[in-house]
Design a protein around this ligand. Sequence first.
Ligand code: SF4
Length: 110
Amino acid sequence: MNARRPFMDSGFRIEIDRTVCDAYGTCAELLPELITLDEWGYPIIAAGNIPEPLLNHARQAVESCPIVALRLAKVPTPQAETRPDRQTGVPPWPPRPPQQTPRKSMPRKR
Ligand code: SF4
């Protein structure tokens, strides 16, 4: 699991080709949590990624579109920090091994 993604984020979002959508509204019926219709019946898709529990419903909504105006798009995960450290100029990759601190030994009992 990628630690950078928020919990329950599927990593996908719904994209729509508005030039082909004919406002049938099927998608909004199948996924009302994320798709609502405007006054003319065109879908308004909630911003952000699809929550993991809704991913199967989102797939069904995408597959039900009669003119294939919807698609699921994989959202690229954020890139790791690539800028060098400001003070040292050392790039963050390859990762440096963690610095080990010397263990404090327990005093021996006599
Ligand atoms: S199902 Fe397809 S055509 Fe119908 S409103 Fe949704 S995107 Fe548009």
